[in-house]
Design a protein. Sequence first.
Length: 94
Amino acid sequence: MPVPASSLSDGATAKLFALDGDAAVESLRVIPLPSGKGIALAFRRNNAIFVGVATGDAVLNAEGDLSRIASLGQAGSPTLAASGDSIVVAWADR
């Protein structure tokens, strides 16, 4: 299952990250990187939070794999913030 796609200048899309299975991507959040040359994203899937970064100007390229953070209970919707070279993700976990 391809997830978040990079929008290309011609209106086409390209896969940034691959996910196994058919579970839905929920609560997708995306913010620009402070450098202005990429994005950070987070989403909930299968009761876990996934975080990733993609960089580039006209076309985005994934910077490594998505990081998966397992929930200790029920994962809430993530939120993102960026400062300098740091990305922070936060969510409620019940």
